[in-house]
Design a protein around this ligand. Structure first.
Ligand code: SAM
Ligand code: SF4
Length: 333
């Protein structure tokens, strides 16, 4: 369906856990409080929400987290979501640590495309950024996914004085591998506020100096606002997601749901609509049937409201207007 600014909202990112097996410094530093398991939506509840969302025009779902693969049964959930009428694609964003282990289950459940987050090609720096010596495992996961024929995108966040020069080696990986490398500008959310990101505009200039024949690629690569380029001689492409310096709100097509069932229309604002409450209590329903129908209608109405009232634009450039105080880990990146 369209929101109040006439944008077609057809993409939902759902976080299925706020737990993670890494501790990326800009996302989930040590000591973050986790939500109790009983507050997480069950898979059945997630499917219920996504079924109503599909009836409102959501066509693409991204499963994310926290780290989605730490939640038991995540591959089966992907299969359940794919079966919802109207849903055309279900994809996954992961840190890749458990990708190889779960690859066959993911593929059996119909996964076709995966985004893997990777901020460096240096094992030591990887450990310093993520708190875990898991670089070899992640690379094995990426290789296994590529070899199995999955469409793989690598998501990289560059931070000043941390990994700002890592783009060269990460990009180089796309020379001989059919992967899209996407550089994501850090947003001032949660722990991300303590870091300074690298502007994609400046980065593209640096890449252009090294690869003068780089060219914009207008073909569709995915669900979102990335701008893609191809470099002659490279098997994969390079993409830029420039939330900060290339504000793409007029083209925004998404809503998010946290692991606890809060719908978030925009990352910048604390506003959310709580579906868990609606899923778990139906006061006034006399029979089970009434409870089910009433529940579905209420859920749909809340989703409609969340989509319709989606804000016109984020406000990350005005620090004092940002009302979101949650960490990326609990919003679902
Ligand atoms: N654990 C999975 C992963 O790392 O891909 C999925 C969740 S993680 C929150 C999703 C993405 O959000 C990662 O690529 C991460 O780099 C990115 N991210 C985390 N905090 C961010 C921030 N403040 N601004 C922009 N991207 C951020
Ligand atoms: Fe975990 Fe992903 Fe956040 Fe890193 S970016 S701490 S892997 S949720």
């Amino acid at each position: 369906m369209k929101d109040q600014f006439n944008r077609e909202i057809d993409y939902m990112r759902i976080s299925i856990t706020d737990k993670c097996n890494l501790r990326c410094r800009y996302c989930m530093p040590e000591g973050v409080e986790l939500v109790p398991m009983s507050h997480l939506l069950t898979f059945e509840e997630i499917v219920q929400v996504c079924t109503e969302a599909a009836s409102l025009g959501i066509r693409k779902i991204k499963v994310t987290g926290g780290e989605p693969l730490v939640r038991r049964g995540a591959p089966a959930l992907i299969g359940m979501l794919r079966e919802i009428p109207g849903i055309g694609s279900v994809t996954l964003t992961t840190n890749g640590v458990l990708l190889k282990e779960h690859l066959s289950a993911l593929m059996e459940n119909g996964l076709k495309s995966v985004n893997v987050s990777l901020d460096t090609m240096d094992r030591g720096l990887y450990e310093r950024i993520t708190g875990k010596d898991a670089f070899p495992q992640v690379m094995e996961g990426i290789e296994a996914a590529v070899n199995a024929g999955l469409q793989v995108k690598i998501n990289t966040v560059l931070l000043e004085s941390v990994n700002e020069n890592e783009w060269e080696k990460i990009l180089e990986y796309a020379r001989n591998h059919p992967v899209d490398i996407r550089f994501i500008e850090i947003m001032p959310i949660g722990a991300g506020r303590d870091f300074t990101g690298v502007s994609n505009e400046a980065l593209l200039e640096k890449i252009r100096q090294q690869y003068p024949r780089i060219q914009e690629d207008l073909s569709v690569h995915g669900n979102g606002p990335a701008r893609y380029y191809s470099i002659p001689g490279f098997t994969g492409s390079v993409g830029f997601i420039s939330a900060m310096h290339g504000k793409f709100c007029t083209r925004c097509n998404r809503i998010r749901m946290s692991a606890q069932g809060e719908i978030k229309p925009c990352l910048c604002y604390g506003t959310s609509i709580d579906l868990r409450q609606a899923l778990r209590s139906q006061p006034g329903a006399a029979t089970e049937k009434e409870e089910k129908t009433g529940g579905r209608q209420f859920l749909r109405m809340l989703l409609q409201k969340a989509i319709y009232e989606k804000p016109q634009a984020h406000c990350f450039e005005h620090d004092d207007e940002i009302t979101e105080d949650k960490k990326m880990i609990s919003i679902g990146g």
